[in-house]
Design a protein around this ligand. Structure first.
Ligand SMILES: Cc1ncc(COP(=O)(O)O)c(C=O)c1O
Length: 405
């Protein structure tokens, strides 16, 4: 049996002196909670590193706002209120330098609903929607849900001495797009490859959409989770009016502040006509946004900035641990994560039978990961590292042992 050495973090974790200390090392026990992530491993010695929520409690400021709402006791219908919209506007200005108009915001019960609506309003049944793969699985089903064809362009690995990152193959994407392709469905930051696209890449994608007269739906749900200071999030629609006019941006507090179970998201649509069309297709299909989700949204954007910074610091430590551990896992490769708490593992060179079904293989060795096949890339796995360092260390040790054994 190989010796499993403990993993250590070589980088010094910077603590900003004025930042309150948040405890990400000892999150609540989710084993007997309502968590879908932990229910899948109930009663088994398996660590759940799959579905994209984090094991941490929501920020104290968010929980306090929800408690206050609960005390009021009336859970009636809500409509967007000024301080909620102001919190979003100011949060996007503070975090991404993007000044939006509150009128551009359309509240939604979820980002997935938002991009299904975007498919529905682009072109007609039979037309096509293009996306870059591998990608978050609902991107692959949204075109079919709305009677559109799916066009996929595979990302390619840029692998040099200085860079390892997944990038768009522009020639391939350009060649894939047909005259019937009415929508480009973009994921930025990109789940599962963890890329935060550069200005140049986004300008190229925008130019392609303009040239081929496509709408763009830019899912930016992970934008608050940029770990690499060299790759800040750039909202696609901030790159100029010509791009913004054809863009539906989707955002939510759910990933960054870990409140995905509260079903609160929003679209930002600068063009009044496009916004009207979006509202029209949503009408009757979309349920109301829930009041607790909106209360939490306001508090997240306005009052949980320092929590987010502390979280990012913690996640950077986790990402570094993964790089170290994967380097010692025979047959597994990965790329540095610019953004998200998701690592994308290439397991195609695992030994012999281990690579037949890497998800089942690692689950049998005590770690449940997301299957790359669901993202359009069999042989890959996605590892969710939004968990305590203790759980991550144990999961990586199990994986390293399994890969080496
Ligand atoms: C890229 C992306 N979009 C959307 C979602 C889900 O959004 P929602 O729960 O708001 O529908 C996820 C969840 O993992 C995601 O990674």
């Amino acid at each position: 049996m190989p010796v499993v050495r403990p993993l250590t973090i070589t980088r010094s974790v910077e603590i900003i002196a004025t930042m309150p200390a948040y405890d990400f090392d000892t999150p609540p026990d989710r084993r007997n909670s309502h968590s879908v992530k932990w229910q899948r491993v109930a009663g088994r010695d398996v660590l759940p590193m799959w579905v994209a929520d984090m094991d941490f409690a929501a920020p104290p400021a968010v929980l306090a706002a929800m408690r206050q709402e609960l005390e009021h006791g009336v859970m009636g219908y809500a409509a967007p209120w000024p301080s909620l919209l102001d919190a979003i506007v100011e949060g996007l200005q503070r975090d991404h330098g993007w000044r939006i108009d509150p009128d551009w915001i359309v509240l939604l019960p979820g980002v997935v609903s938002g991009f299904n609506l975007a498919c529905l309003l682009s072109g007609s049944p039979g037309d096509a929607v293009a996306t870059l793969t591998p990608v978050y699985p609902p991107f692959l089903s949204a075109p079919g849900n709305t009677q559109r064809q799916l066009i996929r362009s595979d990302m390619v690995l840029e692998d040099s001495a200085s860079t390892q990152r997944w990038v768009c193959d522009f020639d391939d994407l350009s060649a894939c797009i047909t005259p019937e392709t009415r929508l480009l469905l973009l994921c930025n930051p990109h789940n599962p490859v963890g890329r935060s696209y550069s200005r140049e890449e986004l300008l190229n994608l925008g130019a392609l959409a303009i040239e081929r007269d496509m709408l763009i739906c830019s899912d930016e749900i992970h934008c608050g989770l940029v770990l690499n200071p060299d790759t800040p999030h750039i909202p696609l629609a901030s790159l100029g009016e010509d791009i913004a006019d054809r863009t539906i941006t989707l955002m939510a507090p759910s990933k960054t502040w870990n409140i995905p179970g509260l079903s609160s998201a929003f679209a930002i649509i600068t063009d009044a006509n496009l916004r009207r069309r979006f509202r029209r297709v949503a009408d009757g299909l979309m349920p109301h946004t829930n009041v607790m989700g909106l209360v939490a949204t306001e508090a997240a954007y306005r009052d949980a900035h320092d929590w987010r910074l502390a979280l990012l610091d913690y996640l950077r430590g986790n990402a570094e641990l993964i790089m170290q551990a994967v380097a010692e896992m025979p047959g597994v490769r990965t790329t540095p994560v610019d953004a998200t708490y998701l690592a994308w593992l290439d397991c195609r060179e695992l030994a012999n039978e281990k690579k037949q079904n890497p998800t089942a293989f690692f689950e049998a060795h005590g770690v449940l990961l997301s299957d790359g096949a669901d993202f359009g890339a069999p042989g890959f796995l996605r590892l969710n590292f939004g968990c305590s360092r203790g759980v991550l260390t144990e999961a990586l040790a199990r994986m390293r042992w399994a890969a080496t054994d």
